[in-house]
Design a protein around this ligand. Structure first.
Ligand code: NAD
Ligand code: MG
Length: 399
């Protein structure tokens, strides 16, 4: 049954890889969706072209200077989109009372507050911004349960797992997996661009090589995270919260072809997997249409031409950040908030060529060794901890 009117949509991080893929799917269904607000950090050119094409009611630029430039350009062209600026403006468009659906696709910690604002106002929240959940875990899930928001995972692995879960588990973030016959969640990961690189060459890889993912085209930060496999570590933490999983219920499997997007193993020996092209429009369309299916523009898988699908265990020596993230996951909230912050600082420094690839892990390991992990109960405490971890990581960069 389709809703009587188009769903009103806010896209946080509209100029990014996920934001653009979302708009591509939305444009295929003009009757079903209406773009209320688009947001970006400071890319005026990209936002201007989105405003020309999609005519949102509001465009948010978190950078104020970028906001005034956008405003001037829109005026020149007679486009009536209202421009607002700053991080409070993100929160406003996330919880605006006329909005039904919020795509949370800002990268990193900057997405936490607007994503939470969407959750607290009970929206359908399409979660791409995994860092928000990693930073705030229990608080985030509690907010979902209290507000009655509908949280749908966009991350391809979590979307695959979601699709393979019983409806009762899909609809209850506090369900006990074992009660539903679920033995394990199997997160697949390609192993990134350096899966077969000789280990002694790993340390000195640069941003171009790290961002050259074999299967997926993504933003820079997540591409680097895929090369270190901290991305899979963040996804492990994300899966723990989304699916209320215990330590023995979560495994990571290397699958270089990225065709199987993840799996759920049941107590009778069945394994349900979701397969598809490595194209984010599939999970995005699934979330936009749920529980219906929408045309996404993604080509069908052609099995006769696929060749072999292979699976292996991850190599601990190649991906030290993966185990660090798994340990942080079970050490508690402060550990995952701290690791996420340290990684964001290290990845930014790597992309600016201030450190080498191997230093990303070194910085994260050093921060995790030196940080203290107080109990955190509020978002303010989480933000304070995030800030401290960033200071500590920045200090490590200078030594
Ligand atoms: P991206 O770098 O391509 O885009 C990021 C977006 O966030 C841009 O619109 C940018 O303007 C905005 N942004 C950046 N910094 C900001 C700030 N400080 N304040 C406000 N806005 C800011 O990133 P992406 O690849 O689209 O990833 C977005 C999120 O989705 C990330 O959390 C990523 O882990 C997750 N994700 C991405 C993919 C993918 O295929 N790209 C897959 C799974 C999950
Ligand atoms: Mg993923």
């Amino acid at each position: 049954t389709s809703p009587s009117r188009p769903q009103r949509l806010t896209i946080l991080g509209a100029t990014g890889s996920i934001g653009l893929s979302t708009l591509d799917v939305v444009a295929r269904h003009p009757e079903d969706f209406e773009v209320y607000a688009l947001t970006a950090h400071k890319n005026v050119r990209a936002m201007l072209s989105l405003c020309e094409k999609y005519r949102p009611e509001v465009a948010v630029m978190t950078d104020a200077q970028a906001g005034s430039e956008l405003s001037a350009e829109l005026n020149k062209r007679g486009i009536k989109t209202k421009v607002t600026v700053g991080s409070d403006a993100l929160i406003e468009v996330a919880h605006d009372s006329t909005v039904d659906v919020v795509m949370a696709a800002i990268v990193g910690a900057a997405g936490l507050l607007p994503t939470l604002a969407a959750v607290k106002s009970g929206k359908r929240v399409l979660l791409a911004n995994k860092e928000a959940l990693v930073m705030s875990g229990q608080l985030f899930i509690d907010a979902v349960r209290e507000s009655g928001a509908q949280l749908l995972p966009v991350d391809s692995e979590h979307n695959a797992i979601f699709q393979a879960l019983p409806i009762a588990v899909q609809q209850d973030h506090g369900a006990t997996l074992a009660d539903h016959g679920i033995r394990k969640i199997l997160l697949t990961g390609s192993g990134g661009p350096f899966r077969e690189l000789p280990l002694d060459m790993l340390h000195t890889q640069g941003p171009e090589a790290a961002c050259n993912h074999p299967n997926w085209s993504m933003g820079q930060k997540i591409s680097v995270d895929s090369a270190t496999m901290l991305n899979k570590g963040l996804e492990y933490i994300e899966a723990r919260w989304l699916f209320n999983s215990q330590r023995a219920e979560l495994d990571i499997v290397i699958h270089p072809q990225s065709v199987v997007h993840s799996m759920v193993q049941y107590c009778d020996g069945s394994v349900l997997a979701q397969l598809g092209q490595p194209d984010m429009r599939t999970p995005i369309a699934y979330c936009l249409g749920y529980p219906e299916r929408l045309e996404s523009g993604v080509a069908s898988l052609e099995f006769p031409t696929l060749g072999a699908l292979t699976f292996a265990a991850p190599d601990a020596a190649r991906y030290p950040l993966l185990q660090l993230a798994i340990d942080a996951c079970w050490a508690g909230q402060a550990a995952t908030t701290t690791l996420n912050a340290a990684n964001e600082v290290a990845v930014a420094a790597f992309l600016e060529r201030r450190i080498q690839f191997g230093d990303i892990a070194k910085v994260c390991l050093a921060v995790m060794e030196q940080a203290s992990f107080p109990a955190v109960h509020t978002i303010d405490e989480i933000l304070a901890l995030d800030h401290e971890a960033r200071m500590l990581a920045s200090k490590m960069l200078r030594v």
